[in-house]
Design a protein around this ligand. Structure first.
Ligand code: MLT
Length: 412
């Protein structure tokens, strides 16, 4: 008799975005006229085409794959040297951070890596997670058995939740108790808040004191506009000893469908065996990748490399400015509609308080039915997300302007 992984039975009904997809499908099937004017600002999926530098690199790489002399089969599982080097040089060393090429591990996505990282961590760690939070951090811990059951508010027993509210600017504070692993996401999905240097210094100090590890998700780093906001946890002294950083080409280069990301595991980062011996995590992650992963396609790694060329960098800047321009339009529209709005300055998400007495899912239904716009209900990101909704700025400018207009027409 084959047994199943009962941890999966603890998961809430569905992963948030498929659940939204299911509701939107039901709505559009029942309302074909409304379906034609539907605008999707739910999942943070890019809408603009790949930058020309990427397309050119893809064409060149396709031609190489068609010639015996330049054809490539299996590549290095950790990523080709040309890409690891371009990342380490451009994203880290050029900004004064001491990150070696072989501390970069190229992958097919930060979502995948955020889940996979649990393979190399022990199963008795006390885990702290922001609330609201990107649901992947929670669900992957549930799947591997790091939690108990889910209570009616959606909180899982065994996790330490760090409330993120207007009173702390949606940036979690280090808890008074000791935890071993902390997920941080800055700029933040879903709230759009970005941690300041003193806030990240406090986290690095906490992690070093408690021998804890910070899992730092910087997928939205390219959206930082405010001077002084750190782009990487490694800008903070001591972070090489306590932090793993996840980054992605999805939201800067538009790679959500092309798939390429990377994780930084410094060689100086250690965790403890059950006998208390401090051991480096770098060889474990390398071992994990070589065993469970076959690497990102050569074509895609050449495409990612092109994002670091002078023209690639300029084209990425253009994409970011486009989406941040949308965010500004959405912020202005939601404010003109009388709503309280956060985010949208260092992130492609705006985080909106629902009108008094309206729950997140009620807001979702109202905005879907009356404005024919898909947003993401804040409660899908955790109990402290109740009373909010997230609007994604990934769209055409015309759609952002239309959403802004429709929000102002809504009667609550
Ligand atoms: C989101 O909408 O929160 C993101 O697109 C999800 C992701 O990046 O996986």
């Amino acid at each position: 008799m084959a047994l199943l992984n009962e941890n999966y039975l603890k998961l809430k009904a569905g992963y948030l975005f498929p659940e939204i997809g299911r509701r939107v499908k039901a709505f559009t099937e029942a309302n074909p006229t409304a379906a034609a004017r539907l605008i999707r600002c739910g999942i943070g999926d890019v809408t603009e085409p790949l930058p020309p530098a990427v397309i050119a690199a893809l064409h060149r790489a396709v031609d190489e794959m068609g010639q015996r002399s330049t054809f490539r089969g299996y590549g290095p599982e950790q990523g080709y040297d040309f890409l690891r080097s371009a990342i380490a040089q451009n994203d880290y060393r050029a900004h004064g951070m001491d990150i070696a090429d072989d501390e970069i591990f190229v992958s097919d996505g930060s979502k995948c890596d955020c889940g996979a990282i649990l393979d190399i961590l022990g199963d008795r760690n006390r885990i702290a997670i922001s609330d609201p939070v990107y649901p992947v951090y929670v669900d992957t811990n549930v799947m591997v058995g790091h939690t108990g059951a889910c209570d009616p508010s959606g909180a899982y027993a065994g996790l330490v939740y760090l409330p993120c509210t207007p009173s702390n600017g949606f940036i979690p504070e280090p808890p008074s108790e000791a935890v071993d692993v902390v997920y941080l996401c800055s700029p933040n999905n879903p709230t759009g808040a970005a941690a300041t240097r003193p806030q990240l210094e406090a986290w690095v100090d906490y992690a070093l004191r408690h021998k804890a590890i910070l899992l730092f998700d910087a997928a939205y780093e390219a959206y930082i506009t405010e001077p002084g906001v750190p782009h990487s946890i490694y800008e903070i002294p001591g972070a090489r000893e306590c932090a793993i950083e996840f980054r992605s080409f999805s939201k800067n280069g538009g790679f959500t469908g092309t798939r390429c990301a990377f994780t930084v595991v410094p060689k100086s980062l250690k965790a403890f065996s059950s006998t208390g011996e401090a051991l480096p995590l770098h060889p474990l992650w390398s071992r994990r990748m070589t065993t469970k992963f076959n690497g990102v396609p050569y074509l895609v790694q050449r495409a990612a490399e092109a994002l670091y060329s002078p023209e690639g960098k300029a084209q990425v800047r253009g994409l970011i400015e486009h989406y941040l321009g949308n965010a500004a339009v959405l912020v202005a529209g939601a404010r003109a509609a009388g709503l309280t709005v956060y985010g949208g300055v260092n992130a492609p998400y705006i985080w909106v308080a629902t009108p008094s007495g309206v729950t997140s899912w009620q807001a979702f239904d109202r905005i879907l039915n009356d404005a024919n716009v898909v947003i993401t209900p804040g409660s899908g990101f955790g109990s402290k997300g109740e009373g909010y909704f997230r609007v994604s700025a990934f769209n055409s400018r015309a759609n952002a302007e239309e959403v802004s207009r429709r929000l102002q027409l809504l009667k609550w």
